[in-house]
Design a binder for this molecule. Structure first.
Ligand code: GRF
Length: 214
C-alpha cells in the first residue's frame, strides 16, 4: 500500500518505517516523504533510500486548509493510499482529518489518552506514572486523539529526566510504528465505534514493549 510520511525534523521514526517496508513481505511501501521544513534532517533518510521527497513550506499558504489541500493533492499525484505523521509539527485541519479518515496515522510519545500535546515526557514524570510509552493512532480533528492501533509500554525509572525517558520511549516508537503500519496496510484493521478491531486473531492487538535494561 503506497504510503506517504510527513516529517518536520530528525526523522528517526521515518527511518524505522523505511527499514521495515524494505523487508520481504512488507505490505506498505513508502512512496513519498514531505517535510514542511527544508532543513529537516530526516529528509536524508528518504533520499538515501531513493524515495521521492518534497518540501512544502507552510508559510507559503494563507490558511491551514489551503496548506492541507495542497498536501492532499501531492498525495493523490503520487497515488498514496495511507499517510503517516512522524514528528510532523503542524496541526492539521478538520478537513484533512476527514479527507484521510482512517487512512492517517500519528505516533505520540505517551500512552494516550494520557498526556496529549507537547512536553509529554515532562508531564508524565511530574505525574509520577510508573509506565509510559507510545501510541500509534488514527488521526481525528482533535490533537493526539483517535482510535488506537498499537501501544508500546516502557517503565519509568525514578532517576529519569525527560531526556532519558524520551530515549526509552523512542525505542518503543521505532518498534510500534512499523507494526501499526503493516497492520493497517494489511487491510485487516477496522474502526468500529471509534475503537480499532483487528480482523485476525493471530495478529497482536496490543504490544507490550519493555526494552532491555540500560
Ligand atoms: C517522536 O517522539 C514522535 O512520537 C513525536 O515526535 C517525535 C519525532 O521524532 N510525534 P523523529 O523525528 O521521528 O525522530
Amino acid at each position: 500500500m503506497r504510503t506517504a510520511v510527513l516529517i518536520s525534523g530528525r526523522g528517526s521514526n521515518l527511518a524505522a518505517l523505511i527499514d521495515a517496508c524494505r523487508r520481504p513481505g512488507a505490505r506498505a511501501e513508502i512512496a513519498l516523504v514531505i517535510s514542511n521544513r527544508p532543513d529537516a534532517a530526516g529528509l536524508q533518510h528518504a533520499r538515501a533510500a531513493g524515495i521521492p521527497t518534497e518540501t512544502v513550506d507552510h508559510r507559503r499558504f494563507e490558511t491551514r486548509e489551503d496548506y492541507d489541500r495542497h498536501l492532499s493533492d501531492r498525495f493523490e499525484a503520487h497515488r498514496v493510499a495511507l499517510v503517516c505523521l512522524a514528528g510532523f509539527m503542524r496541526v492539521l485541519s478538520g478537513w484533512f482529518a476527514e479527507r484521510w479518515r482512517d487512512r492517517l496515522l500519528n505516533i505520540h510519545p505517551s500512552l494516550l489518552p494520557a498526556f496529549p500535546g507537547l512536553d509529554a515526557h515532562r508531564r508524565a514524570l511530574a505525574a509520577g506514572v510508573r509506565f509510559s510509552g507510545c501510541t500509534v493512532h488514527f488521526v481525528r480533528a482533535e490533537v493526539d486523539a483517535g482510535p488506537i492501533v498499537v501501544q508500546g509500554v516502557v517503565p519509568v525509572r525514578q532517576e529519569d529526566t525527560p531526556e532519558t525517558l524520551a530515549a526509552r520511549v523512542l525505542q518503543a516508537e521505532h518498534r510500534c510504528y512499523p507494526v501499526a503500519l503493516d497492520l493497517v496496510a494489511s487491510g485487516r484493521v477496522r474502526v468500529v465505534d471509534e475503537r480499532v478491531l483487528i480482523e485476525d486473531a493471530a495478529m497482536p492487538a496490543t504490544i507490550l514493549i519493555s526494552p532491555e535494561p540500560e
